[in-house]
Write a protein that binds this ligand. Structure first.
Ligand code: MN
Length: 356
């Protein structure tokens, strides 16, 4: 089940809570002692940095599929996401490119994160706040290596964040991606309601996807429907990118929303009414659209308002997909529109050429 630690950080005593959560997640991911130590240090630095620059915020810790891997089952990674509404860090993009000078506003702490984490990215807008994402997975020699073929790492990445309703231990939302050949299949499932019963349904969807991801989305949804019978059911969206053909296929059942960036517009990819595992529509419509190096796909559960449209600048400059997702979660919520459900956002994004 998607165990997620959502730790509010408003004073230095919470830095320890973040570290303990990250160590628990490392144990859950099966990381060895050395990687656990790295997780522990990265978590401490991110929480400390958040306090220093923003006084308060939240740190999410969960166990995720890393954003890019060769075919085969990648080792799972601990993802630590620090989110704040603080003043922002000036010139963060330049500092990241320049390899972290320890002078100026960006501390040596983030340099530590950059050095120890497999992936590290920061998004900071002056006056809006900062999102930092670090992932630490198994040591390289332990990661499962697939045989043959170019790595998809140079083409596209998938990632996301998952925020349980009201700080619960488990999210009823779950996401996963599976690669088979030229196809990368990304799924987001929202178990009915929230909490652990909902998590059982969305977890069943993740397990089933691992068997059926080679099928086109409408067909994998049919298999997921059978796999989820006996559960509460879930809203599920499946996006499948054929990286060779540059085509994206999408199908969804239930209240999960997908938006594709085409030029400077966002196009909605529609889900059909129904509940996977409980009530499946007679036929499932599949959208097929072109995918380019400028495309961006955002899929979210109903923790975000259904009419939410990604604001201008979303995913620009190209960021880690989990960073784009975390910024969306942070900026879509407001005191006037409090979130009433688990919220997961997943993003499929091309890798900029200079990062591959
Ligand atoms: Mn929901």
């Amino acid at each position: 089940m998607p165990r997620v630690w959502d730790v509010p950080v408003q004073d230095s005593t919470r830095v320890r809570d973040v570290r303990v959560a990250a160590e628990d997640a490392a144990a859950l991911a099966g990381l060895d002692e050395r990687r656990l130590a790295a997780v522990s240090l990265v978590a401490t630095e991110l929480a400390t940095n958040l306090l220093k620059h923003a006084q308060a915020g939240q740190v999410l810790v969960d166990v995720v599929d890393p954003p890019a891997a060769r075919e085969g089952r990648p080792g799972r990674a601990v993802q630590i996401t620090a989110i704040d509404h603080g003043p922002g860090i000036a010139h963060v993009a330049g500092a990241l490119r320049d390899g972290f000078s320890t002078t100026g506003s960006l501390g040596a702490g983030l340099g530590t994160c950059r050095r120890l984490a497999d992936d590290f990215d920061v998004h900071s807008v002056f006056g809006r706040g900062t999102v930092a994402v670090a992932r630490v997975g198994p040591a390289a020699e332990e990661a499962v290596q697939g045989g043959g073929g170019p790595s998809m790492a140079s083409e596209v990445r998938a990632g996301g964040v998952n925020v349980p309703f009201a700080g619960a231990d488990f999210s009823g939302d779950a996401w996963a991606w599976v690669r088979s050949g030229d196809r990368l299949t990304l799924m987001l499932a929202d178990g009915l309601g929230h909490g652990s019963e909902a998590a059982l349904a969305s977890t069943a969807a993740v397990e089933a996807l691992r068997h059926w991801a080679h099928l086109p989305p409408a067909e994998s949804l049919r298999e997921l429907h059978s796999a989820l019978s006996g559960t509460r059911g879930a809203a599920v969206a499946v996006a499948q990118l054929d990286t060779w053909a540059g085509r994206l296929r999408f199908a969804g059942i239930g209240n999960v929303t997908a938006r594709l960036r085409e030029g400077d517009r966002w196009r909605s990819l529609l889900s059909m009414p129904g509940i996977v595992g409980v009530h499946r529509p007679r036929t499932v419509r599949e959208d097929e659209v072109a995918w380019s190096a400028q495309s961006l796909l955002i899929v979210h559960t109903d923790g975000l308002p259904g009419r939410w449209t990604p604001p201008p600048g979303t995913g620009v400059p190209p960021a880690d997909p989990a960073v784009t997702a975390a910024v969306a979660v942070r900026d879509a919520g407001s005191p006037a529109r409090p979130v009433r459900d688990d919220t997961a956002v997943v993003v499929l994004a091309p890798v900029p050429p200079d990062r591959s």
